[in-house]
Design a protein around this ligand. Structure first.
Ligand code: F6P
Length: 328
């Protein structure tokens, strides 16, 4: 028989994402519905090492559903990469009587979770990253809000680019993944989108695209670059040398991670947080929660970390079709 869990911990780790607070709230309230206490670990895995915690009551998570960032703070912990650090984290769990941890974050967070689970502390992961790059889940908390933030900014840029008949190079987040760039690129009608998953052919993917758009009658151009592709200023220089126009560069940066989560992120975070605690309460341990065709699934951490989600390349075709629609 599974030991009944009496007290669980919840933490947010890695890059923050809109909707993390909604997930924390859902975890706390669901835990209470199972008669479990909930301890908030501050500053991710580092907080677990340092015994940096706060008791979370249902009241204390009131009105955080709509708040951006994370009330628990977040960090990337070097110490947790070491055996010594992880042993300290285990000791904190023992000291606080924590029977399991709900870890809200991305890939790095889940790698930490796997290591902790190997030391006997059960963990359930909840995917939250604006990069949407978690293989076991179609969707990650924060992606939609971040996309909308980027879209709003680029729409504004377009106004001035159109007035001045200029080219804009906009760098969006995504060190290793182009999900955000591609989604945003389609949504803003970009001339070109550069992503880390696709080897860049400067002539074909950039210069010819702008030239073709110009031939089709366009007088301003929007190029969306995922940060993992390289420096946006270098891309602008390539355009300047290759096409003979002088682009303006905008790096959207961390603004994409902030702001109130939108409806999709609040709703998904609430469902994921609920199911994470349910899984733990029912003895389904060391899993990562995910979405598949709209439903919630749970996948063993080790397996989940092996899963890859590839960029939907057919969307490139759609992007191209839209960019040259004005030819006729
Ligand atoms: O949250 C993921 C992410 O946005 C990546 O796309 C980006 O490269 C990274 O975070 C940057 O995070 P930080 O500046 O906090 O290290």
């Amino acid at each position: 028989m599974e030991k009944k869990m009496k007290r669980i911990g919840v933490l947010t780790s890695g890059g923050d994402a809109p909707g993390m607070n909604a997930a924390v709230r859902a975890v706390v309230r669901t835990a209470h519905s199972y008669g479990m206490e909930c301890i908030g670990i501050r500053r991710g895995w580092q907080g677990l090492i340092n015994s940096d915690f706060t008791v979370l009551t249902s009241q204390s998570v009131s009105r955080i559903l709509s708040r951006g960032g994370t009330i628990l703070y977040t960090a990337r912990s070097e110490d947790f990469m070491t055996e010594k650090g992880r042993q300290k984290a285990v000791a904190t769990c023992k000291m606080l009587g924590i029977d399991g941890i709900i870890a809200i974050g991305g890939d790095g967070t889940f790698r930490g979770a796997l290591e902790l689970s190997r030391l006997g502390v059960p963990v359930v992961g909840v995917p939250a990253t604006i990069d949407n790059d978690i293989g076991c889940s179609n969707y990650t908390i924060g992606f939609d809000s971040a996309c909308n933030t980027a879209i709003e900014c680029i729409d504004k840029l377009r106004d001035t680019m159109q007035s001045h008949e200029r080219c804009s190079v906009v760098e969006v987040m995504g060190r290793n993944a182009g999900f955000l760039a591609l989604y945003v690129g389609i949504a803003v009608g970009a001339t070109a989108v550069l992503v880390p998953e696709r080897e860049l052919d400067v002539q074909k993917d950039l210069i010819e695209r702008i030239q073709n758009a110009r031939l089709a009658g366009n007088t301003h151009f929007m190029v969306v670059v995922a940060e993992g592709v390289g420096n946006a200023y270098d891309i602008a220089k390539i355009i300047k040398d290759g096409v003979g126009i002088d682009p303006r560069v905008t790096v959207l940066g961390h603004i994409q991670r902030g702001g109130s989560p939108n409806g999709r992120d609040r709703e998904t975070a609430t469902r994921m947080g609920y199911y994470a605690v349910k899984a733990m309460a029912e003895g389904k341990l060391n899993v990562i929660i995910g979405t598949k065709e709209g439903s919630i699934v749970d996948i063993p951490i080790e397996e989940a970390l092996q899963m890859k989600k590839s960029l939907q390349m057919d969307r490139y075709q759609i992007l191209e079709t839209m960019a040259y629609a004005s030819k006729l």
